[in-house]
Ligand binder design. Structure first.
Ligand code: ZN
Length: 323
């Protein structure tokens, strides 16, 4: 076969190849955009204006994982975990924060499991975070390294969170870390940061993924001295807990009788994914929750829930239906 040596034919062929390659690239980008719209184009989650002195705690439905956003009455937000970094979880958290427009944004990674801090890098990339609290045990995983590297590249101050550390607001609201201790921690779940939050006059306990053993230890310490977890003049009264985000997605190895009976909370929240592989929440844990907590709600059944707190009383409802 004789090849064409005509320079015009060669040039035309080159042009057609360039056009074809460009078209394919444009089509691929359009497909990516259609399947995964760029986050900044996502609509904000809509929230009604907060009333004076009102705080809200949003239990965000991120599938099998955890994300709680404490919205203090001064407009600052404390994000405790941010889901697993999946497309759906990231977008949900992004839409919440876009809608809340936090006056200040503080983020806590309770422990280095992907279902809790896989989505934090995305928050750091898209919002101005004033402080990032890290767990006592880090991780070698890619998502954890990515979170650290994005935080470093944006000069976000970082601090390891341990017992007695306190995040406080001028409104008198606060979050106190009651577990873990700084030393002797070897297991990620056990060493999860547990936060006692006082917002809108209501007391919340966020148990991350702690095990029954740690729950029992906290209950025993508190039984000996109820001031043991107080920090910087901010009291922690476990037996006045009104809302508890139960530990470890409602697994059977948490939600111990010792802690639940001490709390006597009105509301329990279970954060887990619909049809999750771990079969959370476990039947036995649900039984204990039913025995000691007035009402328990599941995010896999209801979607995101918001507790609105003011002057020590609160209401709970679906975030989508806030008015
Ligand atoms: Zn978890």
């Amino acid at each position: 076969m004789q090849k064409s040596k005509d320079p015009d034919v060669k040039a035309r062929r080159k042009l057609w190849i360039t056009i074809a390659v460009s078209t394919v690239v444009v089509l691929i980008l359009a497909l990516i955009e259609a399947l995964a719209p760029f986050e900044h184009l996502l609509p904000a989650q809509s929230f009604p204006m907060r009333k004076e002195g009102e705080a809200r705690v949003h239990f965000v439905s991120v599938g099998q994982g955890d994300c709680t956003i404490v919205e203090f009455s001064d407009g600052a937000c404390l994000v405790v975990d941010a889901g697993d970094g999946s497309y759906l979880a990231d977008n949900t958290v992004y839409r919440y924060l876009k809608g809340l427009k936090p006056k200040e944004l503080i983020v806590v990674a309770t422990h280095a499991d992907i279902d809790h801090c896989g989505g934090i890098a995305d928050i750091l990339r898209n919002f101005h975070v004033t402080k990032l609290y890290l767990p006592v045990l880090g991780s070698q995983n890619g998502f954890y390294d990515e979170m650290l590297s994005v935080a470093r590249s944006r000069n976000v101050p970082m601090q390891t969170l341990t017992r007695y550390d306190c995040i406080s607001r001028e409104t008198g609201e606060y979050a106190v870390c009651i577990s873990p201790h700084k030393t002797d921690e070897k297991v990620k779940n056990t060493s999860s940061a547990v936060l006692y939050v006082h917002a809108g006059g209501v007391n919340f306990l966020l148990l991350a993924d702690v095990t029954a053993e740690r729950e029992q230890q906290l209950a025993a310490e508190y039984a000996v001295d109820e001031t043991i977890f107080d920090s910087e003049g901010h009291s922690v009264r476990l037996d006045n807990t009104q809302v508890v985000k139960v530990a470890h997605h409602g697994s059977n190895t948490s939600s111990s009788e010792e802690l639940l009976s001490l709390l006597g909370a009105q509301v329990g929240i279970i954060s887990c994914g619909e049809g999750n592989l771990y079969r959370h929440p476990a039947g036995d844990a649900l039984g204990r929750l039913e025995q000691y907590i007035t009402d328990t709600f599941r995010l896999d059944e209801l979607g995101g829930l918001t507790v609105t707190a003011q002057g020590g009383t609160f209401t709970i409802g679906k975030t989508e239906e806030l008015s």
